[in-house]
Design a protein around this ligand. Structure first.
Ligand code: FES
Length: 177
């Protein structure tokens, strides 16, 4: 039998006992397991975040259209001769867009807020380009891709449909992640 006295119910432990308790821990193991747990959590979190963003990445890469936009009338084709453009708003009143009847006879439509700093772009028919006057940004009218100047991303494409001589906006595509 040890000469250590058994403590009563509400008696405090001695300091010696506390030192013995702490000495039972292996500090190396403790650090190792904490580090491992942290790494597992960090890796798990980043894998979860990557997996969660896959659908958005795939949509952006494939240029998949946003869903559930209504069909909105833009203009009568007869009112839009070649070389002219008209402003409309799509898919909401806060999204300015441009329908262009190019000098080559094609119909193209894009959201018209410049992808640099949001100035409105316009159709410059003599050069057959979309031009942003703020910092001389140029976009290809055939695909909305930046051609020159500061913009790095293409303009969102508005999908259109011509029905009985009327041009409608029917969807929008973001083609950049
Ligand atoms: S805002 Fe269009 S080029 Fe800067």
């Amino acid at each position: 039998m040890t000469d250590k006295k058994k403590l009563g119910r509400n008696q405090k432990d001695t300091e010696d006992d506390m030192i013995n308790l702490v000495d039972n821990l292996n500090r190396e193991d403790d650090l190792k397991y904490n580090r491992r747990a942290f790494l597992k959590t960090a890796v798990g979190t980043s894998v979860a975040l990557s997996v969660a963003t896959i659908p958005f990445t795939v949509r952006a890469m494939l240029g998949i259209a946003e869903e559930d936009h209504e069909r909105v009338e833009i203009a009568k084709l007869a009112d839009l001769p070649e070389g002219e453009s008209v402003t409309f708003y799509y898919p909401t009143e806060k999204d300015p867009a441009l329908l262009i009847h190019t000098v080559n006879g094609d119909l193209k439509a894009y959201n018209s807020a410049c992808t640099h700093l949001m100035c409105p772009v316009f159709y410059e028919k003599t050069q057959d380009v979309l031009l942003c006057p703020c910092h001389a940004g140029y976009f290809d009218v055939n695909n909305g891709q930046p051609k020159a100047g500061p913009p790095q991303r293409e303009l969102p494409l508005i999908e259109i449909e011509v029905d009985n001589g009327i041009v409608y906006a029917v969807g929008r595509q973001y083609r950049h992640g």
